[in-house]
Design a protein around this ligand. Structure first.
Ligand code: SF4
Ligand code: MG
Length: 331
């Protein structure tokens, strides 16, 4: 295994008038080179804040309060502004949910693509144009020479998201971070965009972090999965671990909420709602919604227990003593 990105004990908070909102409360994970890692959970669980912290785009009143984010050998939290801009332009690129907010309506697609290259490469104007054409072709946009001269409003929603992906690829980054890249699109288009992303990841050997609230998307796309809840990773494992042998009651709830035939799950189906993260609960953040909650869950944050190599869950049910007490076989 060869991690290209390592996040260690990341904590990000928002300092609001009602107090410190602990949006990310100590998150650690690795992104392996060439994999698609899914981060799944309801909105407000800390997924977007985690990747925005990686991209260094947390705005006040928010800030990263602790942790380490290592890209190759550099800690992204301790670099000069200049070096961070370089890395963000060349090595790590982000694809946002809504293409309309990431495209400039008054600039042509071509100038937006070439602008990204201009800021970070030494290509000549005609080389940039050639590369822009090649990028539009790579994201399967027909007649790229003509399309370069058009404005975002001349593209459909799905086409605009392809353009956003092309811009993210402009400087050939190692890592692509996609935050709900298909949420704003209808189902058929969503499927095409996901296929395109997977195809690019394979052909261009990118490492991808894919954020979604949709387990169907995870099943289709990801080799490994992090399940987030209440600003914490509550379970991590391979896709098979998560879908066939989930250990955390929250993950089980998400899976039960998935319609069997149609995979377009909305995750709100678990009764109750996630905890507020101003003064987050001392114990397990899921306790107020968990049917298996015990006394210990209310007052003590569970450890992250390893079920087997690579598969972990943050739940007291995996504690050897609790297992014994409950009469489980300790394997
Ligand atoms: Fe439920 Fe307790 Fe496990 Fe939390 S630690 S998920 S409350 S059993
Ligand atoms: Mg989000």
């Amino acid at each position: 295994m060869n991690p290209i990105l390592q996040v260690n004990q990341l904590k990000t908070s928002f300092f609001t008038s009602s107090g410190e909102v602990e949006a990310v409360r100590g998150v650690s994970f690795e992104l392996q080179s060439g994999e698609i890692l899914g981060i799944v959970g309801e909105s407000g669980c800390g997924k977007s804040v985690t990747v925005k912290s990686i991209m260094n785009i947390i705005k006040p009143p928010g800030r990263v309060v602790a942790g380490e984010i290592k890209y190759k050998d550099e800690d992204l939290l301790n670099l000069s502004k200049h070096r961070i801009r370089e890395i963000k332009g060349n090595d790590i690129a982000m694809i946002f949910q809504d293409p309309m907010t990431s495209l400039n309506p008054v600039l042509t697609i071509g100038s937006q693509l070439m602008e990204t290259m201009k800021a970070h490469t030494k290509l000549s104007k005609s080389e940039r144009e050639q590369r822009a054409i090649a990028l539009l072709r790579a994201v399967q946009i027909n007649s790229p020479e003509l399309r370069l001269k058009q404005y975002p409003h001349e593209f459909s929603g799905g086409m605009r998201q392809r353009v956003v992906i092309a811009i993210a690829l402009a400087n050939d980054p190692d890592i692509l971070i996609a935050d709900e890249p298909t949420t704003a699109l209808d189902v058929t288009i969503q499927d095409q965009i996901l296929k395109l992303l997977k195809d690019l990841q394979k052909k261009q050997s990118k490492s991808v972090i894919l954020i979604t609230h949709d387990l169907g998307v995870v099943a289709q796309m990801c080799q490994r999965v992090l399940v987030m809840y209440g600003g914490l990773i509550v379970e991590s494992g391979t896709r098979e671990d998560i879908f066939y042998a989930p250990k955390h009651p929250y993950t089980v709830g998400l899976l039960n909420a998935m319609p069997k035939l149609d995979s377009k799950a909305r995750l709100e189906a678990i009764p109750g709602s996630p905890p507020a993260l101003v003064n987050p609960p001392k114990g397990c953040p899921f306790a107020s919604r968990c049917q298996q909650a015990m006394k210990i869950c209310l007052n003590h944050l569970p450890h992250f227990y390893e079920d087997h190599e690579g598969h972990k869950a943050r739940c007291w049910l995996l504690d050897p003593q609790v297992k014994k007490m409950k009469g489980y076989e300790d394997q």
